[in-house]
Write a protein that binds this ligand. Structure first.
Ligand code: ADP
Ligand code: MG
Length: 403
């Protein structure tokens, strides 16, 4: 969990064993762990779906379960809303223990908090899009007028305004998948569980969907658990990724952590040929803003002392909301010292208003472009435009030597 983020979903030590006596497997796992799937099946009649998986998903993030086919992604995803009852372990959503919910409460939880999107869109062919998108609401018994209003909003959200009256067969694959997404969004669940949702799409459409999806999710503040077998897809969309192998999570972390620090040869193999410059972000490399920040009331003398002390050429002048007012250049203020009294803040005309800016999710590749032509370190701002980090040229160059 990153600092300050709220945890939405917690999965603790989840096991799902398929077979006649699943409970027997877990306490005796030591005796079985050397066996492959076929051998285990022969010996015990059981198959491991997922094994001792623990992870947390932050509110509003996209969390990817990534792994080869058969590695247990779908099984683990289904444990979250108990489409599979875990053999052991617990799932908490908003602090509520899902694994111990009675059936009626479980149905309520599924209906009100979760939506699912699958690889095969499963649209109803004889229904118009508006009815397809409103299907979840219909199941909930919502009346037609409200249903159509919400369905229309959801269709608009996924870029299908104007298509309400069309039938699925009139749509391309990418558009059909959007309807699947609209159907899940229409009930306004706080969590979306998505299983290979884009896997059936052509590569070009798929990449376009990934980008649109990331933007869409930012707007609607949903928490997403997204299953994919495609590492590139996971790297493009995820805040955090869990890499699965044989039912087990072998490593989890941010895209940059996985790419830069694979902890096993298995993950190493996955990430070996990736262009890392495309996955490392400003947030991964930025420096603490502390020494780079001065306030409007700071005197020129204090600012110069601070810059001398930290050996800085530039500092950022920020207001009380951490918004950036501008940049001060050491040499310009020193020049000014002789003219003005040093007990005054630097004069307005000394403030440089043109400086390089990035967001925490700006990729290293783009940072190079942003920073070029400036000696001023790049300011990293959050979504409320507050200065939260700085990337100096040295930091940028050091990061480049590591990728
Ligand atoms: N209902 C089931 N009964 C028996 N074995 C299953 C069942 N569902 C999945 N499995 C097995 O569990 C393992 C993980 O499957 P799955 O979660 O579907 O993997 P993935 O989604 O990563 O492809 C596989 O070995 C699969 O054969
Ligand atoms: Mg699957």
């Amino acid at each position: 969990m990153s600092k300050g983020k709220k945890s939405k979903i917690q999965c603790r030590n989840l096991w799902k064993i398929f077979g006649p006596e699943p409970d027997q497997i877990i306490p005796n796992w030591d005796q079985h762990q050397g066996l492959n799937k076929v051998e285990l099946l022969k010996k015990t009649g059981c198959v491991v779906g997922t094994r001792d998986a623990s992870f947390e998903v932050e509110e509003g993030e996209i969390f990817c379960l990534m792994g080869l086919s058969g590695s247990g992604k779908s099984t683990l995803l289904r444990c979250i809303n108990r489409l599979h009852m875990p053999t052991s372990g617990e799932v908490f959503v908003d602090g509520l223990n899902i694994t111990s919910l009675p059936d009626d409460a479980l149905r309520g939880f599924r209906r009100s908090k979760t939506g699912m999107v699958f690889q095969h869109f499963a649209l109803l062919p004889h229904r118009r899009l508006i009815e397809n998108a409103g299907f979840g609401l219909e199941v909930q018994g919502i009346d037609k007028a409200v249903r159509e209003k919400k369905a229309a909003e959801a269709l608009e959200l996924v870029g299908l305004k104007g298509w309400e009256k069309s039938y699925p067969y009139e749509l391309s694959g990418g558009m059909q998948q959007r309807v699947g997404l609209a159907r899940a969004l229409a009930t306004d669940p706080s969590i979306l569980l998505m299983d290979e949702a884009f896997s059936a799409l052509d590569p070009l459409i798929r990449r376009q969907m990934q980008d649109e999806f990331v933007n869409l999710i930012k707007k609607v503040n949903k928490t997403i658990v997204f299953v994919t077998h495609d590492l590139n897809e996971a790297l493009r969309i995820a805040g955090h990724i869990a890499v699965m192998k044989d039912g087990f999570i072998v490593q989890q972390g941010t895209p940059a952590e996985l790419v830069l620090h694979p902890e096993s040869s298995y993950v190493e193999e996955f990430v070996r040929d990736l262009p890392k410059i495309k996955f490392v972000t400003a947030g991964d490399i930025m420096e603490d803003v502390g020494v780079y920040r001065v306030k409007p009331e700071d005197t020129a003398e204090n600012i110069i002392n601070k810059m001398d002390h930290n050996n800085l050429r530039f500092v950022y002048l920020t207001d009380s909301d951490q918004g950036i007012v501008g940049v001060l250049d050491y040499f310009q203020i020193v020049g000014e010292q002789g003219i003005c009294r040093t007990k005054q803040p630097p004069s307005d005309q000394r403030i440089i208003r043109d400086f390089p800016v990035a967001r925490t999710d700006t990729f290293l590749e783009e940072l190079l472009t942003i920073g070029s032509g400036y000696r001023i370190p790049i300011a990293v701002r959050d979504e409320r435009d507050r200065l939260i980090g700085v990337i100096s040229r040295e930091t940028l160059l050091t990061a480049l030597t590591k990728v």
